[in-house]
Structure formats: C-alpha cells, structure tokens
Design a protein. Structure first.
Length: 306
C-alpha cells in the first residue's frame, strides 16, 4: 500500500498526544505519514510543568511552501486535531483546499477539538471557523457530544437527539460522523460510555446508502491523554480498509483503544503501587507495547446497527 497522510497536530517530546499518538499506529498499519506539529511541547499540559513553542500561521505556510516547491504535495489523507489559533486554522483550510485540487479524491479526517463537558478549552473564535470552513471540507468527523452540540446549535439529551445532530452534521458536509463520547445512559449501566456513528455514502447509481451504529465502551477509572488522537488515526486507517462498513471500522478502532488503554492502566497501577493514584507520566499510553493489537485487534467492542 502506498498511501500518504498529512497529519497536522500537536507534538510532545515525552509521551503520546497529537502526532505522537497518531503517527506510530498509522505507520504500523502501512501508511506513510508526513507531520506538521502545530505545537511542540516538552509533554502534555496535564503534568505539573510544561514548556515549548507554538507554530504560527506564517511558520505553517513556510513549511507548506517548502514541500510545494519540491512538488511533493500529493496526499491521500489529511488528518487534523488540536489547534488553538484562528489564523493557523484558517491557513490549514487554505492548504486542504489546495491539496484537494492536487488530488480530488483526497479524504479529510477532522477531529474538531474544541472542548468537553460543557466548556470550551480553545478560544471561542475558532468555533465559526470550524463550523463554516473546516467541517464542510471534512469527509470524516469525530466530535465528542459537546463539540457536536456547539457545531449544530442543538442539545443532545436522548439517542434520537444524537441521531438528528449527526444528520445535521452530514448536511454540513461529512459523509461519516462518529460521536466519540456522549453523556447518554448505557443499557449496561454506569461502567459504560455510549458512542454513536453514522455513515451516508453516495452509490455509483446516485442512491445514498446509510448506516447508523451504537457502541457501549467500557469505562476505565483514570484520565488518559491522547486517546482522541489515537481514535481519529485508527478510524482513518480502518475506514480505508472497510470504506462502506462503519460498523467494522468502529469495532476495530475501539478495540485497539480498549487494548491500549487496558495495557496502560495495568502498567500505571503496577508502577504507582497499591492504593496510589498513577501520575500523568505513568498513564502515558503504552503505544509501542501495543503494536500487535494495533495491527490485528481482537474485537472486544461490538457495534449495534440501528
């Protein structure tokens, strides 16, 4: 497989978040990955201390001009994650539009990282850029419940609300939408998180095939960082292998997540010792140790089709 991804995300020296969370698993699955680091930090910001640099829109443009001058701008996929600057995000939009002209069949996977649990953790002026410019370009969108609500202006209180919100997001552009986490109650109790997905694909004869799925994900009692970045990268990979079967793509994606998180949780608790909460450093994803699970995940999360 000769398939090339341009990944524009954050980078950390130590640990797994942003590009560090996405590149290795994509490479393990056979993708060539070119990366632009929107920030370069010593570690993620959940530690007691962190230092680093933020890439400006002008610096992003310089890097892009360099690859353009060498005529190496043919990409099959673009993957974007965390960005906290409006002008930077607008420059990303310009780059995506240009790369789509180079390869009209390019697929854009967007994780619209803006906030969670009712609060924005990026500047609010990013929301209209995501809503009006970024989402219409995306083929695959992976918001959490809060991000889906702010993008559509609709609240999600029931499963029916979630289905309507996903339909509204489809109308904005993306043919595949996955709500990676919601606050909806699971049939299996509080130990499970509910995720939903929807795919609408235009068939050669002009008809649209659709699939809507529901997933119960086992919760783990710890705070992990970089899991959303891993999710978007794995969904990119498995939707390539199963382009018309969101159920299988999501089952493989979430099963990879489950194996990585379980291995990380077990290791972190061993390192912390009995009765102690693991530190952020101990909870860094055990990515390299999970190589076999990334390549061939045993399916442990099953998706239900509506």
């Amino acid at each position: 497989m000769d398939c090339r991804v341009l990944s524009v995300q954050s980078h950390v020296v130590r640990g797994y978040v942003g590009n560090k969370s996405a590149i290795f698993p994509l490479q393990v699955l056979g993708f060539e990955v070119d990366s632009i680091n929107s920030v370069q930090f010593s570690n993620h910001t959940g530690y007691g201390h962190w230092k680093g640099q933020v890439l400006t829109a002008d610096e992003l443009n310089v890097l892009y001009e360099g690859i353009k001058l060498n005529n190496v701008t043919h990409y099959d996929y673009i993957l974007t994650g965390y960005s906290r600057d409006k002008s930077f995000l607008e420059k990303v939009v310009d780059i995506i539009q240009e790369l789509k002209k180079t390869n009209p069949s390019l697929v854009y996977v967007c994780d619209p990282v803006m906030g969670d649990q009712g609060a924005m953790y990026v500047p609010e002026d990013l929301l209209p850029v995501y809503r009006d410019k970024v989402v219409p370009l995306a083929h695959i969108l992976t918001p959490n419940q809060f991000e889906a609500e702010v993008l559509t202006g609709k609240k999600i209180n029931t499963k029916e609300d979630a289905l309507k919100v996903m339909d509204l997001l489809h109308e904005m552009g993306p043919e595949t939408v996955v709500l990676t986490s919601t606050e909806l109650p699971s049939k299996h109790g509080d130990e499970f998180l509910v995720a939903l997905g929807s795919q609408k694909i235009m068939q050669p004869d002009g008809t649209i095939s659709s699939q809507k799925i529901y997933m119960d994900i086992p919760k783990v009692d710890a705070v992990f960082v970089g899991t959303g970045d891993l999710f978007a990268a794995m969904l990119l990979a498995w939707t390539r292998n199963h382009p018309r079967d969101l159920k299988t793509a999501c089952e493989k994606t979430l099963s990879v997540m489950h194996h990585v998180i379980k291995r990380t949780f077990t290791y972190a608790n061993e390192m912390a010792g009995p009765g102690k909460r693991p530190s952020p450093a101990q909870l860094e994803l055990r990515m390299v140790q999970s190589k076999a699970d990334i390549e061939n995940p045993a399916i442990v999360v099953e998706a239900k089709v509506f």
